[in-house]
Design a binder for this molecule. Structure first.
Ligand SMILES: *Cc1c(COP(=O)(O)O)cnc(C)c1O
Length: 353
């Protein structure tokens, strides 16, 4: 793979810096182009520098674009590991199909990522809870107005050293149930990691933050009755020993952390149900004292305990606002596999060669 070197590298954040999420970017990026008739071509590593775009470029107007989120971790033996990247490439191509973006060769993307990671190894942060976040993206680059699928695309991967997703780290989060706005509808794009989904969620997110909440808990668009997800995390509830997560009905993003948690829980003897779960059922369990735990799962936030849910102006505290044992088991196991301090019985760690 072609590597275009830069003459001067950036200053890296010093060890111990509170990285936050998505504030720092590394020296290089992977890019490849698509042109109708020619297909995907020109895969290379180049300096991560601003690019000029014509303001009539399709992506700016119609949001025909998709992204992914992964993390790379420095292992105790000095190697680099990525958590289940094959799952992300496959999902990205499913998102591409939904958005009329031509599927890309997954082996080229993986080779590009691994070449990039080897080049940027010194950017992988090593403080506890930190990782190198990986953001593959595809945007429509044809310069033309008119609502049609583009004939040109840019695929890129940028990297960002990150700390915890929430400012308060592993402290349980506070969610507010949204029963006015909706995130996704059946037949819509909720299943795809496409750009517009996140723009559509920001209004509710801002209103939640103004009220002192971390995130919105979305309900189904039709009846505003069933729990869907959090918008960057899938949701799990532990009710009377049963671990419940909303079934993937079409409007929920099929999380890879979600899938991994289900497999781990089942293999450790837990009863896991993927089914419809109404907000009334969750809150009735809280009142009855059988809602043992609630948590969200996602690459950015890993496993995030939920300490409080507000619904129609009533606050419901979960597990005394503390992290519960199932949440802790999953957090310890997933991060142990990611950071290489636990064995990897499922082959989830992809070591960069
Ligand atoms: C990315 C994302 C998730 C989490 O998916 P992971 O594969 O676990 O990172 C959940 N919900 C939404 C809406 C997302 O965009």
């Amino acid at each position: 793979m072609q590597i275009i070197k830069r003459s001067q590298c950036k200053q890296k954040p010093v060890k111990g810096t509170a990285l936050g999420f998505g504030h720092y970017f590394t020296d290089y990026m992977f890019t490849m182009k698509y042109t109708a008739g020619q297909g995907w071509h020109d895969a290379k590593i180049e300096p991560n520098e601003p690019k000029p775009f014509d303001l009539a470029t399709s992506i700016f107007h119609y949001a025909q674009g998709i992204f992914e989120g992964m993390k790379a971790f420095l292992q105790p033996d000095g190697s680099i590991a990525v958590f289940r990247p094959g799952e992300n490439w496959a999902r990205m191509n499913r998102s591409a199909t939904r958005m009329c973006i031509p599927n890309f060769p997954e082996d080229v993307a993986e080779e590009g990522l691994e070449t990039l990671l080897k080049l940027e190894k010194d950017w992988i942060p090593t403080d506890p809870g930190t990782a190198l976040y990986i953001r593959p993206t595809i945007v429509a680059t044809r310069v033309m107005l008119g609502v049609h699928a583009s004939t040109e695309y840019l695929f890129f991967i940028i990297l960002s050293p990150v700390g915890s997703y929430y400012a308060h780290g592993l402290e349980p989060t506070k969610l507010i149930v949204e029963d006015h706005y909706t995130r996704a509808t059946l037949g819509g794009t909720g299943e795809a990691k496409c750009l517009g989904n996140y723009a559509a969620s920001m209004k509710a997110g801002e209103e939640a933050e103004e009220k002192g909440f971390d995130q919105v808990l979305w309900l189904d668009a039709n009846e505003k009755k069933y729990v869907e997800e959090v918008g960057s995390m899938n949701m799990f509830f532990v009710i009377d020993g049963e671990v419940v997560t909303p079934a993937l009905v079409g409007s929920i993003l099929p999380g890879i952390t979600r899938k991994s948690c289900i497999q781990l829980l089942k293999n450790h003897g837990y009863t896991v149900s993927e089914r419809r779960i109404s907000i009334d059922e969750v809150l009735a369990a809280q009142k009855a004292g059988t809602l043992n735990e609630a948590f969200g799962t996602g690459t950015a936030a890993v496993i995030s305990p939920v300490g409080l849910i507000r619904y129609r102006d009533v606050d419901y505290t979960i597990n005394g606002g503390k992290m519960g044992p199932v949440t802790k088991f999953l957090y310890d196991t997933i991060t142990g596999i990611q950071y290489g301090t636990l064995p990897d019985p499922y082959g989830w760690r992809k070591v960069v060669k």
